[in-house]
Write a new protein. Structure first.
Length: 311
C-alpha cells in the first residue's frame, strides 16, 4: 500500500532513501538547490521535448549596473531551438516557473526579478513579487506579464509554448529553459548566470550541486537492489500520471538510491490507474521478500512508497 502523501524535492528523496536504509549523507554547507520546481515543470506536460543545451554567442557590448556581466550583448538558442537576442543585460525579468525563480535568486539575480508565479514561494523574497498567474498556460496572464514591462521573460517548460507565442507578438524577449537531465539543469543555471551578469556565482552554485549529488551517489552506491526503497511519484492527479525512468524525476529517484516502481515504463509520463500503482507496489515488495538475504528476507529495509501530489 502507499505509505503516505507528501511533497518532496530531490534532497527530500535522498534523505528518505538513505534513512530508510540506515544511512544519512554527510553534512554539507547549505546552498540553494533549484530542483524541486523542475519536477513541477514535468507536471504540466505529458511529454517534454528533448531539448538541446542552450548556447550563447556574443554579439555586441553591454554592461549592467552592480553585476559582473559579460562585455557583450548575447544571442541565445533556447531549449525550443529559438534564437533570442538580448541587446543588454536584463534588469526587469519575469519568471514563469518556480525553478527559474529559484535559479535567479541562487545566482544572485533576485534583484533583477520583477514578477513571477503564484507557485514561486522560495526563497521568501519570491513571495512578495507581483504575480502573473499560476504555472499552467491557462492560468498565466499575458496582460500581467506585459504590464510589468520586462526586458526578458524566462519560461521553465516546453508546455508554456503558447504563452511564448503570445509574448512574441509584443516583441518581448522570452527564453525557454526545459532541462530534462542533471547536466541540462547545470547548463540552465550557467545560462541564467551568464545572461544576468552573475556567471561566477552560477559556476559556484553548479560546483556545489555537483559535489552534493556526487556525495549522495557515492553514499548509496553500495545499496543492493533488494534494499532500495520503491518510489511512486505522482506527476499529475487527474488523469493520474507518473514519471518513467528516462525523465529527470526518474533520474533523481535512481540517484537517490531508490527504485522507481514504474522503471519499466516505456513512456516518459504514462497515464496509469490507482489499482496499477497498488499492484506495482505489491509486486516490488514480493520481489524484495523473495530475493532478500536477511533473516526476514528484507534486510530490515522496507520499500518507501512516496505519493507526490500537486496542488
Amino acid at each position: 500500500m502507499i505509505a503516505g502523501i507528501r511533497r518532496l524535492s530531490l534532497l527530500s528523496i535522498v534523505s528518505i532513501a538513505l534513512v530508510a536504509c540506515g544511512g544519512a549523507p554527510q553534512a554539507q554547507p547549505p546552498i540553494v538547490v533549484p530542483t524541486s520546481a523542475l519536477a513541477s515543470a514535468a507536471a504540466t506536460t505529458a511529454a517534454p521535448i528533448s531539448a538541446t543545451v542552450p548556447t550563447v554567442a556574443p554579439t555586441s557590448a553591454a554592461t549592467p549596473a552592480g553585476a559582473a556581466a559579460p562585455d557583450q550583448a548575447l544571442n541565445i538558442t533556447d531549449d525550443l531551438g529559438r534564437s533570442v537576442t538580448l541587446a543588454a543585460t536584463p534588469q526587469r525579468i519575469v519568471s514563469l516557473a518556480p525553478s527559474v525563480t529559484e535559479i535567479l535568486f541562487a545566482v544572485g539575480a533576485g534583484p533583477q526579478l520583477v514578477g513571477n508565479t503564484t507557485f514561486c514561494n522560495f526563497p521568501p523574497e519570491a513571495k512578495t513579487l507581483p504575480k502573473i498567474g499560476g504555472f499552467s498556460v491557462k492560468s498565466i496572464s499575458v496582460e500581467a506579464v506585459v504590464g510589468l514591462k520586462p526586458d526578458l521573460v524566462i519560461a521553465g517548460t516546453a508546455s508554456q509554448k503558447p504563452v511564448v507565442a503570445s509574448l512574441e507578438q509584443f516583441k518581448i524577449p522570452i527564453l525557454v529553459l526545459a532541462p530534462d537531465s542533471f547536466e541540462k539543469v547545470y547548463a540552465s543555471i550557467q545560462e541564467i548566470g551568464t545572461l544576468t551578469g552573475h556567471a561566477a556565482q552560477a559556476e559556484q552554485v553548479v560546483a556545489q550541486m555537483r559535489g552534493r549529488v556526487d556525495a549522495v551517489a557515492a553514499k548509496v552506491a553500495g545499496i543492493s537492489a533488494t534494499e532500495r526503497p520503491g518510489v511512486f511519484w505522482e506527476v499529475h492527479d487527474d488523469p493520474l500520471m507518473t514519471a518513467g525512468p528516462h525523465t529527470f524525476i526518474g533520474q533523481m529517484i535512481t540517484l537517490a538510491g531508490a527504485t522507481n516502481i514504474f522503471a519499466d515504463a516505456t513512456e516518459n509520463y504514462p497515464q496509469i490507474s490507482a489499482e496499477t500503482v497498488s499492484e506495482m507496489a505489491r509486486s516490488m515488495m514480493r520481489w524484495q521478500l523473495e530475493n532478500g538475504s536477511g533473516s526476514n528476507g528484507f534486510h530490515s529495509c522496507p520499500p518507501v512508497h512516496i505519493w507526490v501530489n500537486r496542488s
